[in-house]
Design a binder for this molecule. Structure first.
Ligand SMILES: C[S@@+](CC[C@H](N)C(=O)[O-])C[C@H]1O[C@@H](n2cnc3c(N)ncnc32)[C@H](O)[C@@H]1O
Length: 202
């Protein structure tokens, strides 16, 4: 790894990544019943799920991109068909994955199939070209170091609603105030751009 890449990784971790992980863990713990069996789809480094496990959940990860530093038990898959039987888990979590997935409806359908109680999704809202630009820049800064492409397809509130209803999922609880970023950058990087929602089968 080059010196510039090392500096970028260290800065990103200290300024953004650790706070993001902690705030998302809090948001997830507020929505998941204690002691749940959870599949983390697109778990990345696995740090979020390792914290959920430390809080008493039983968590397994699946990924399309191998990460040798993954903090939890990890199974690789093709991004299309989850290698688990129907209802194998109580909950699936899908954290900043759907906007990278080639076929987000398929991922949601698969999550619904394997998780008998429901799915908790963290993702973005994009209502304008400016918001798409900001999200794309954030993704590039945060993810290129891990080989995740600048491939985001950001959906509007209406498009997310359509996706949930086509998958026969109902939104039960949504948090749009996750407090991911320090106050000074919130207007640019946070306001109206992020949600965590719990979806249950209808
Ligand atoms: C921005 S990272 C998020 C990682 C982790 N969930 C987190 O929040 O720290 C997006 C992850 O989604 C994964 N991914 C992309 N397409 C996927 C798919 N179809 N199914 C599962 N994971 C996928 C990528 O490999 C990447 O690790």
């Amino acid at each position: 790894m080059s010196m510039a890449a090392k500096v970028h990784r260290r800065l990103h971790r200290s300024l953004v990544f650790d706070r993001r992980r902690n705030r998302l863990v809090d948001a997830l713990l507020a929505q998941l019943p204690a002691g749940s069996r959870i599949l983390d789809i697109g778990c990345g480094s696995g740090e979020i799920s390792a914290a959920l496990a430390a809080a008493g959940h039983d968590v397994v990860g699946v990924e399309t991109l191998a990460r040798d530093d993954c903090a939890i038990e990890l199974t690789m898959f093709d991004g299309l068909t989850l290698p688990f039987a129907d209802d194998s888990f109580e909950w699936a979590i899908v954290i900043d994955v759907l906007h990278h997935a080639a076929d987000p409806a398929r991922v949601v359908g698969e999550a619904r199939r394997v998780a008998r109680r429901g799915i908790v999704v963290k993702d973005h809202y994009a209502e304008s070209r400016w918001q798409r630009f900001v999200l794309s820049a954030m993704d590039w800064v945060g993810n290129r170091q891990f080989g995740v492409g600048r491939d985001g397809r950001y959906l509007s509130r209406h498009e997310w609603s359509e996706l949930w209803s086509q998958a026969q999922l109902a939104q039960r609880e949504t948090n749009e105030a996750i407090d991911l970023y320090p106050t000074i950058v919130k207007p640019l990087f946070e306001r109206n751009l992020h949600f965590v929602t719990r979806l249950e089968r209808v």
